[in-house]
Design a protein. Structure first.
Length: 229
């Protein structure tokens, strides 16, 4: 745990030229960046379904583009202390995840499962707010489980890939992933409140929370769809 504290103490260091903002402004920026990402995704789901499906026709090319954009976006976010650069990197993550959301949500809607989309959204919103609240109460605990969450996610992804490869039912894998990303929401919120309150850190941490929330939503949606089946 001491190494976790040291790591986050380093994150509090202000780089040359950076200026801290008031906590209220910092949290407002995080909320605004998150809202921007969700609005872009809503627009894509509503108006870009045909384009998303056409891109999916060449799945290998889509997958390569998806991975490249995620990597480039992550490097821009974490490799720069310029909030403009970080925000551009954030868009490199929002767009490919938006394409995935567009295909998945429109697929469920096309078979008459629109109600579970709304339910999944509501559950995700409630779970996210609860985890942020709990994380605010016990930040040290959540900061201490970062490595455990990372290892758990890697192991779960490997198991899931093996299940898909050998056509083994996924079973409780989705539930486990939901729990992992619940932990990540708490972890990233605690980390956000440990960092120096700069505009760039607000954008960086919003991007992490965005990824957590989108993954949480997709897994909850899948669980609800499976239970409906």
């Amino acid at each position: 745990m001491s190494s976790s504290r040291e790591r986050y103490e380093e994150r509090q260091y202000l780089h040359q030229g950076e200026v801290e903002v008031a906590p209220e402004i910092y949290n407002l920026i995080i909320g605004g960046v998150l809202l921007y990402g969700f609005l872009v995704n809503c627009f894509m789901v509503a108006f870009c379904s045909d384009a998303a499906l056409s891109l999916m026709d060449n799945y290998a090319l889509f997958l390569i583009g998806y991975i490249v954009m995620i990597i480039v976006g992550s490097l821009m976010i974490h490799g720069s202390k310029n909030p403009v650069v970080s925000f551009i990197g954030y868009n490199f993550i929002v767009v490919p995840l938006g394409l995935v959301l567009t295909v998945v949500i429109n697929a469920y809607a096309s078979i008459g499962l629109s109600s579970i989309i709304v339910t999944a959204f509501a559950i995700t919103a409630v779970v996210t707010l609860v985890m942020m609240f709990v994380s605010s109460l016990f930040p040290s605990f959540f900061l201490s489980i970062g490595k455990t969450l990372c290892l758990s996610l890697i192991v779960t992804i490997v198991i899931e890939l093996l299940c898909l490869l050998f056509n083994i039912p996924l079973g409780i894998i989705d539930g486990i992933v939901v729990l992992i990303f619940c932990g990540y929401v708490g972890y990233d919120w605690a980390r956000a409140n440990t960092c120096a309150k700069t505009v760039d850190n607000a954008v960086d941490n919003a991007s992490e929370l965005y990824v957590d929330i989108i993954n949480l939503f997709l897994r909850i949606l899948r669980i609800l769809a499976r239970s409906r089946d």
